[in-house]
Design a protein around this ligand. Structure first.
Ligand code: FVH
Length: 288
């Protein structure tokens, strides 16, 4: 028996896997994709292909959007605003928080029940234990869509501000990018001594695994807001940072990835915060 009817706009790597998951869970699925050929395997597997976005929208009261970016979403949703009235749209396309808010405002103007989603998983993880998806926007949309959304992984509703799911996504991706930039810096430095990238990656992984549990204690210092706990201070961190940059250059490796942190430490030291916990760096990140 069908669990319900869902239309999916976008059959890239992510939209395809999600469609497969929904079918496996017993949903009746209608699919649309700009390149129509990508609907064929889904039709063979039991989905219905829609020739147009309007036809896909007409087929279901719940529409999942898994396109490339904000521009492609609005390119295809704006012309069918009237047909979407009263329906639930869950947009899983990666956007910035303000793009999500913009689409939420547009949806509200047209009587569309809107939920924005952020996927903290790669396509192969969808439906598996480690897959996490954030949702924000309409609580009503979340309540309606939740059983279907839970087929993709753990679903977390994070607030009625439609931009929050995306904000979390961007924040976590920022942490990941900076962490893997660190992997690359370490590998570049160690290659000068003949170490393979994999050898260094193994060592970096073990080192970061040992360090990461300290993250919550460091965060508590930031929440405390005084930066006077006597932990590692700015001037001490600056000495270490200077050594890392010098060592990198001595080995013939550019230190640009290390320099932004160094710049903030120098700014704090120069403005009389040499004895503060180095985490005061966070106070310089706010654009004033
Ligand atoms: N793949 C991943 O690892 C990440 C994991 C985290 C979340 N992202 C986001 O998910 C969105 C979809 O990503 P995807 O992996 O499915 O991406 P592609 O395989 O490249 O497929 C893109 C689909 O978007 C269609 N498309 C692109 N531009 C347009 C347009 N102007 N009009 C209509 N459709 C468009 C494309 O269609 P086609 O090229 O097959 O005709 C695909 O269906 C994305 O936001 C990730 O950031 C995935």
């Amino acid at each position: 028996m069908s669990q319900g009817t869902i239309s999916i706009l976008g059959l890239g790597n992510m939209g395809s896997v999600m469609t497969e998951r929904l079918r496996a869970a017993g949903y009746t699925t209608t699919v649309w994709n700009r390149t129509a050929a990508k609907t064929e395997p889904h039709v063979k597997a039991g989905s219905t292909a829609a020739a147009t976005v309007a036809a896909a929208v007409a087929a279901s009261d719940l529409i999942l959007v898994v396109l490339l970016d904000h521009a492609s979403v609005r390119e295809h949703l704006d012309p069918v605003a009237a047909e979407l009235e009263g329906k639930v749209v869950v947009n899983l396309t990666t956007t910035t928080p303000n793009e999500a808010r913009d689409t939420a405002a547009w949806a509200a103007d047209h009587g569309i029940v809107y939920l924005d989603g952020a996927i903290m998983a790669t396509p192969d993880m969808i439906g598996e234990a480690g897959s996490l998806l954030f949702y924000s926007g309409s609580e009503n949309a979340y309540a309606i869509a939740r059983p279907a959304l839970e087929t993709f992984g753990t679903a977390q509703f994070v607030g009625t501000d439609a931009g929050v799911a995306s904000l979390k996504d961007m924040a976590l991706l920022s942490a990941m990018d900076l962490m893997f930039s660190g992997f690359v810096q370490a590998i570049a430095m160690m290659r000068t001594a003949g170490a393979t990238a994999v050898d260094t990656a193994v060592e970096v992984e073990a080192w970061l695994a040992a360090m990461l549990p300290h993250g919550k204690a460091l965060a508590a210092i930031i929440d405390g807001g005084t930066y006077d706990t006597g932990g590692q201070n700015v001037d001490f961190a600056l000495t270490g940072s200077t050594s890392m940059i010098t060592a990198s250059r001595e080995q013939g490796i550019r230190a640009d990835l290390l320099e932004s942190h160094h710049k903030f430490l120098k700014e704090l030291s120069a403005t009389g915060h040499g004895n503060s916990d180095w985490l005061r760096v966070i106070e310089l990140l706010t654009i004033r």
